[in-house]
Design a protein around this ligand. Sequence first.
Ligand SMILES: [Zn+2]
Length: 362
Amino acid sequence: MTDSKTKKEERMDINTLLGDYLVEKPEPIIGAKTIQIFLIREILDYTALRTEDTKELNTVATPLSINSKEQISRVAFFASKQKAVESRELERMLRTAVEKQGGIENDKLELGDNNNEKKVKKIKQCYLKDKLCMECPRCVLYGATALSQEANIKHRIEYSTAFSLLPWDDIEETITFNAINDKNIMTGQALGSRYVVKPATIFPSIVTLKSVSREELILTIKTLLSAKSYGAETRIGGDIRNHIVGIAAGWEEIITPLEFTLELYDKKINIEDKTSLEIEQTVVAILRDYLQYTANPDKIKILDDKKEEGNGANTGNVQENGGQEIVDELKTVIDEARNQQLGSDFLYKIYKDVQKFRETQS
Ligand SMILES: [Zn+2]
């Protein structure tokens, strides 16, 4: 499509932007198609990021930034902590969407469509950790280990430890709590301390998808946007908002979360005084720098904002700027995911895909 008029008429969507890096439906054999989703995980309440056996925050020594090799401590947000919350969030979202279509019957959910008798599919309940159904979109994306003789499912979503943007001593706080006597409302002796990160702490983070379908990308984006409670002791604190600040696709991963944090530290990223477009542009610039290290740079697509002359169709992602239009590709993808209804057609496709996936395995 070299003709500019034809190009304008082509509506930008997930398939036109990322179709080369998506599969039609999930398959047990995983290829090189990789999509990295870049996040800023913004802490919105005191949050305990620690392992169960220690009360202290997980910290790790890292360089201060890409340009400064001075060693400092950063708080680590372990991959397992991010994954556990998001896997559950996806399970809840799917269960609620399916329930809305049918309802529970004999420990099974029935997904139906009144207009089409064929669109009926029995769905099993699925719970972490010991009742994974091995038959739902969550199990097929996050992976599942069979308890019986069935084949295991390998995960196609990958998490890595995220590192705080700022050094540990800038973001940690120790909260001492006291016992209150219910009878006389007198404060007793100190019971102990909680070690937490403060609100407004930022964790740059990356979620990586391998050989996923359009529907799985949409489910992942919805999950990242809706998950909001992380860390230990979530009944008091742990609120987090995930901002999607970039998406890149290719036949490989472009950058790791530690590199992402060290680069953003150098760029003095501060989400309070930057617009989302400015943050996206910073992320795009960082990713372009890392193309020099990739094996197949010609196969990499970084979602960017495109400037075009004239007046094409206004999709809501178009901003006028002195006769030029700026089309925000990242916003286009995120909005398409947000606006996708989890209705019977969508649910039928993703559950049918899982069924075919399991049939291929056996
Ligand atoms: Zn399942």
